[in-house]
Design a protein around this ligand. Structure first.
Ligand SMILES: Cc1ncc(COP(=O)(O)O)c(C=O)c1O
Length: 498
């Protein structure tokens, strides 16, 4: 296929250049009706292609023209049979994956470190999660992948599951032996869905972990906007399978998508695909080189540790993405969150995320040595400022996400059940009726249907005390939590954890 072409972006440019007299939305009409300061800042070029699904520009809900062509080029570039564009992020693509394979009451195997979009989809679909536990990294306080053995156990105990969802790579950059895992799950006749939010570049360089499509997965939700160069909110859903139904997938994606799709986002996907298909390998190569250099320098800074090749010796890790710098504040007496705030205040540096003991910095296609050097300089200064000398200083200890305690009710049933609001501190043993998660990374600590454990309450309180962003509950101050009313004490857990 000719990847120099950008059918959608080109059609939009040509349409704007023809300067049609418009009697349709958006009402700003090429920017003339927009707020003048906003118009001047964003520019007329962008506003001139902020269009809608008029005939020459095709329709994302039933593509048959330039969007279809753009999606076919993307499928070719990502090694898929079909690619569907999403203007609702990877969240929209993940919901589509799950809702297209699960009907109410169907079981789906999920890793405990699943993103909140996965759990939202479970509620919408009325599915029943079966948890598999990723391997914990006690030193870093993060989670890696699930082992083949735990997947084998999960499927043996739940042979009726309708799908398995895997995260590859994790937010912190490690990946499992995906091909081996997919082969095993396929051997059981079960489709594999992959949350590939952090894996857009994987397909383009052999020093990166294998992409979901290369590993033979059935579907993958991939955030092109995160690491592939398109605009925020634009993602893709890749499909390559005889185990899932592409028509059903298209129907669900359409049901979950706004009818006012942003052509700016769609055009940015079309252009990002061109860049990746033509130059992805070279761009990934340069990014990997920069990140490896940064990693080497960070590991020379007293008090800091950034994992590298040695991580692959750990259980649950087969490979890793070197472009993600997980900077562990091993000997510095400050939380990742405090380090993030310090970098912002002193150096005007923004990181991807922080947790109790780590900072996550992403090196991407947009970086050069200049940015890396500024980061290293700031980290050196941070080490000099905070590394304890002879005197004792308390180091921060990691707190891995508590295990998902048993579910007494299916998440959907708990979400819609009659509820009451009680003090969080008094809620141990009750059935949660809402989500609580730290964002980023957005992994639920508690979800509807789950019995609230004292470990979960402690984990939440520790994060609140350290000032980390605990989000989700209706009471944003986190004093009170919604729990299901009138659950009988003798109700048996829905199923045993694996
Ligand atoms: C692991 C994971 N999955 C899914 C998502 C959702 O992606 P998006 O923000 O594109 O909706 C995220 C977002 O951070 C994520 O980290």
């Amino acid at each position: 296929m000719d990847h120099h072409r950008t059918p959608l972006f080109t059609a939009l440019r040509q349409h704007a250049a023809s300067d049609p007299l418009q009697f349709h939305i958006p009402g700003h009409k090429k920017g003339r009706g927009a707020d003048p300061e906003f118009r001047a800042f964003v520019g007329d070029n962008a506003l001139s292609i902020d269009l809608i699904n008029i005939v020459p520009l095709d329709d994302l809900h039933q593509p048959g023209g330039v969007i279809q062509e753009a999606e076919q080029l993307a499928a070719d570039a990502f090694g898929a049979d079909y690619t569907l564009f999403s203007v609702q992020g990877t969240t929209g693509a993940i919901m589509t994956m799950i809702m297209s394979v699960c009907s109410p009451g169907d079981k789906i195997i999920l890793p405990r470190n699943a993103h909140k979009s996965i759990l939202s989809a479970v509620i919408f679909a009325g599915a029943i999660p079966v948890w598999v536990y990723p391997m914990k990294d006690e030193r870093l306080g993060i989670e890696h992948g699930v082992t083949l053995e735990s997947m084998q156990n999960a499927i043996r105990m739940n042979p009726d599951v309708k799908a398995v969802l895997l995260i590859n790579p994790t937010y912190y950059g490690t990946s499992i032996n995906l091909r081996q895992m997919v082969e095993f799950i396929h051997g059981c006749g079960i489709p594999v869905l992959v949350d590939e939010a952090h894996g857009t570049l994987l397909h383009y360089h052999d020093q990166l972990p294998m992409s979901a499509m290369q590993a033979g997965a059935d579907m993958a939700a991939t955030s092109v906007h995160k690491l592939g160069g398109s605009m925020t909110q634009s993602s893709i859903l890749n499909v390559k399978s005889s185990l899932v139904d592409i028509q059903r997938i298209r129907t669900i994606m359409s049901m979950l998508t706004t009818t006012s799709t942003s052509y700016l986002l769609l055009a940015s996907l079309d252009a990002a695909r061109r860049q990746l298909a033509l130059h992805g390998q070279a761009l990934a190569e340069q990014t990997i080189r920069l990140a490896r250099d940064a990693r080497r320098q960070i590991n020379g800074i007293p008090g800091l540790y950034c994992y590298g090749d040695e991580i692959c010796k750990q259980e649950g890790v087969y490979h890793y993405d070197p472009t993600k710098l997980c900077i562990h504040l091993e000997q510095l007496p400050l939380t990742g969150f405090a380090a993030e705030a310090w970098l912002r205040e002193i150096y005007n540096i923004e990181v991807e995320l922080s947790d109790l003991t780590n900072l996550l910095c992403l090196i991407t296609l947009g970086d050069t040595e200049h940015e890396v050097n500024r980061l290293i300089q700031a980290l050196r200064h941070m080490s000099e400022e905070f590394l304890p000398g002879e005197q004792h200083a308390d180091r921060v200890t990691a707190a891995p996400v508590p295990e998902a305690s048993s579910f007494l009710l299916p998440p959907r049933e708990a979400f819609y059940a009659p509820f009451e609001r009680i003090e969080l501190q008094q809620s141990c043993g009750r059935v949660c009726a809402e989500f609580i998660y730290v964002y980023p990374p957005g992994i639920p600590i508690l979800m509807p249907g789950q019995i609230i454990s004292s470990e979960s309450i402690d984990y939440i309180m520790r994060h609140v005390e350290e000032g980390l962003p605990v989000k989700g509950p209706e009471d944003a101050a986190l004093r009170r939590i919604k729990v299901v009313k009138n659950v009988h004490e003798d109700t048996q857990p829905l199923y045993q954890d694996i």
